[in-house]
Write a protein that binds this ligand. Sequence first.
Ligand SMILES: [Zn+2]
Length: 545
Amino acid sequence: MNFLRRFSLQLSSSRQILLAAWFFITFANFSFWQAAFTAIGTDSWHNVLFLATLYLLLITWLNQILSLLLLPWLLKPLLSILLLGAATTAYFMDSYGVVIDREMIRNTLMTDPREAGELLSPKMALYLMLLGVLPMVLVWRSKIHYASFMKEVGYKFLTLVMTLVISGGVAAAYYVDIASFARNNTYIRHMIVPVNYVGAIESYIRSNLAGGKIVVAPLGEDAKKGAKITAAGQKKVLTVIVVGEAARASEFSLNGYARDTNPELSKLDIVNYRNVTSCGTETAVSVPCMFSKFAREDYSDSKAKRSENLLDVLKHAGFDLLWKDNNSSSRGVAVRIGEQNVQDLKVPGLCHDTECYDEILLYQLQDYIDKLANDGVIVLHMKGSHGPAYYLRSPEKFKKFLPECRTNQLQDCPRQELINAYDNTIVYSDYVLSQVIKLLQQNNQRFDTAMLYMADHGESTGEKGIYLHAAPYMIAPDEQTHIGALQWFSPSFLQRMKLDKSCLLRKADEPLSQDNLFHSVLGLLDVKTSAYDTSLDMFASCTAK
Ligand SMILES: [Zn+2]
């Protein structure tokens, strides 16, 4: 540390800024350069020169941006913030292959401290030290010379001229390469640190400020229960919607996975859907989207916030609603009906130091059902296969595949151990779902019952070096968008709703998506409302009038 105390660089403000631009592009952009090398290739001199030119161009552009941003009295504090942000961003990109965009920021801000704690690691500390703290100390130790106001303005003007000249020269020499590189790799712009995370934060703030106070438009206020529900002398109807977490379809033995990950559900009389896709690749998008009336192409976070959703329509129709959450929250979906978060309960056997296993969702649920005098819809939001610490999600006796990866540093585990840990979460979720069905069966005297399960999105477990989820939808691998989905109905429920199960089974391979959930639940529960669209109701063609 003596070296640091003695270190004192004397340099002009424009040199300091250029040095910072060089540092970011060279040291904080490992993921970007890896992607660029793969996309461009080094198989010809032309490509190698193009990569070198790209390097020069990025330093030039970043230097330009920083020279406009880092004004004299702001230089040191702003640069420090940029360095710390860049170190954190680089760590997550390099470790998990994630892309930083607005949705990622939203997701990060909605992460609860416990999930964040799970992401901390010695490697992260090293990134923060080498890319953040150390250069920050050097910045603060260096003496920056500022010229007179007019001269500083002059330097900034010269910088701009230099940027334009270099950009013009590069464009003249490599126009075709740059155009095709940018067109074929649109996601790559989300990979340049620190531009990516600053841009993402700005875009997030703008999308949140837009429109000011949020007015929620009512939806389906005309909703009424149809004759199948209201007919006299019948039992009440109880439906459980289970929202899964990061459960990809390909790891379900029900979908043909070679390992037996669905030992319980495969014994039960379920309808399993093999071809269902998610609306987003992360919880903060998928969960509000699946309960909203909007289809994926039409969906946005701000639209969802400005409209009531499936739960509100069910409430208008007169159902009793309960949202039980063992994940971080309902992501705003249950905001008007209220939600019960159970992840902080300390029930022996169901919870460990930091969280509860998903069986906690069933804890005291029978008491609730006993008191339920109306038709009800219960939503259970699972912790499911939430990464990166998969091993925390399954209790010992469900660890069928060993050894399993027992760290959050996924890339440090042999891939098979990571897959083992992930598959154990599927085995445990299989058990939890079978217990939900058992609970419903036990209540058949008072209720006609059904369970609908759908995961929020899938998960990457190291395919092509990609981990976790949250890839931009356009380029998201199938593992992140192809989700587990299945249903169970009591025989009396099928009879009452005139639902033909063999018809459902026949159609179980047809493509479906989270777009279908909203209208299918309304159709299934015979809710009459103008908000309902029969063309998106997956049950419509298997239901007799
Ligand atoms: Zn999720």
